[in-house]
Design a protein around this ligand. Structure first.
Ligand code: C5P
Length: 223
C-alpha cells in the first residue's frame, strides 16, 4: 500500500478529448487517449485522495475506487469540472479541450454539397483560466503541448491562466504523449523556472506531478 500522503484531499482530474459536434454524426476532436489523466486519477486514489475524474470519450474502463463523470463537449466538461472543483484541493487539467466548437451546430445531418464548404467556429471557454480566476486555496495544474518555444509559451500560459505549474510535452516524440504509455515532460512554473523530467511511464509522471502539487498545497496551507 503506497504512502497515504493525499489522505483527506479532494482531487479533480480532467482527461481525454472533447467532441464538438457539427451535426448529429460529425464532430471535431483530437487523438487524446485519456491515459495521462487516468494515471493521475489512479495515482491520487492510491495515495488516499478522494478523486473525481471528468473524462471525455475514451476507450479506457472507469477506474474503481473513484467517481468518474463522462462528458462529450467542452461546455459539458466545463460544467462538470467547475461543479466538482468547488470542493477540491487540487485540480489537474489533463483533458485535451477543443479550442473551438461549431457556431451553429445542425440538428440534422448536413447533406453533401458540390464544391467547398466552410464551417464557422466559435471559441470554447478556457476552463483552466476560469478556475484560475476563482482560485481560492486550490492548486491548479495544466498540461501544454507545444511544437516550438515550449518553455516560454508554457510559462506565459501558466501566468495567464493562474496555474501553479504546467507540464509541457511535445506531440512528436516516439512512444510519448498522444496514445503512448510513456511521457517526457518539462515542469514549467509561471516565472519561467523549469525542470525537464526523463522519459517515464505516465504513472510515474502522475506520481511526480502529485508530489509537486502536494508541495504547493502544503506551502499554501501551513498547519
Ligand atoms: O492553452 P492550451 O490549450 O495550450 O492550454 C492547455 C491547458 O489548458 C490544459 O491543461 C487544458 O486542459 C487547459 N484548457 C482548458 N480549457 C480550454 C483549453 C485548454 O482548461 N478551453
Amino acid at each position: 500500500r503506497p504512502l497515504q500522503d493525499l489522505a483527506g484531499l479532494r482531487v479533480v482530474v480532467s482527461a481525454g478529448p472533447t467532441r464538438e459536434y457539427l451535426d448529429p454524426v460529425r464532430f471535431i476532436s483530437n487523438p487524446s487517449s485519456g491515459k495521462m489523466g487516468f494515471a493521475v486519477a489512479e495515482a491520487a486514489r492510491d495515495r488516499g485522495a478522494q478523486v473525481t475524474l471528468v473524462s471525455g470519450p475514451v476507450t479506457l474502463p472507469d477506474p474503481h475506487g473513484l467517481s468518474t463523470v463522462h462528458i462529450g463537449s467542452a461546455l459539458e466538461l466545463r460544467d462538470a469540472v467547475l461543479e466538482a472543483a468547488q470542493q477540491a484541493d487540487l485540480v489537474i487539467m489533463t483533458a485535451a479541450v477543443a479550442d473551438y466548437r461549431a457556431a451553429q451546430p445542425s440538428g440534422e445531418k448536413q447533406a453533401k454539397v458540390a464544391g467547398e464548404v466552410s464551417i464557422q467556429l466559435t471559441p470554447n471557454p478556457d476552463i483552466l483560466a476560469e478556475l484560475g480566476q476563482h482560485k481560492g486555496g486550490r492548486v491548479l495544474v495544466g498540461f501544454a503541448m507545444e511544437t516550438h518555444a515550449g518553455v516560454e509559451r508554457a510559462a506565459a500560459k501558466a501566468q495567464r491562466k493562474n496555474a501553479d505549474f504546467i507540464l509541457l510535452n511535445y506531440p512528436t516524440q516516439e512512444g510519448t504523449a498522444f496514445g503512448g504509455d510513456d511521457n517526457q515532460v518539462t515542469l514549467v512554473r509561471p516565472d519561467g523556472g523549469h525542470e525537464a523530467w526523463p522519459r517515464l511511464s505516465k504513472r510515474e509522471v502522475a506520481e511526480r506531478l502529485l508530489t509537486e502539487a502536494l508541495r504547493v498545497h502544503a506551502e499554501r496551507h501551513p498547519d
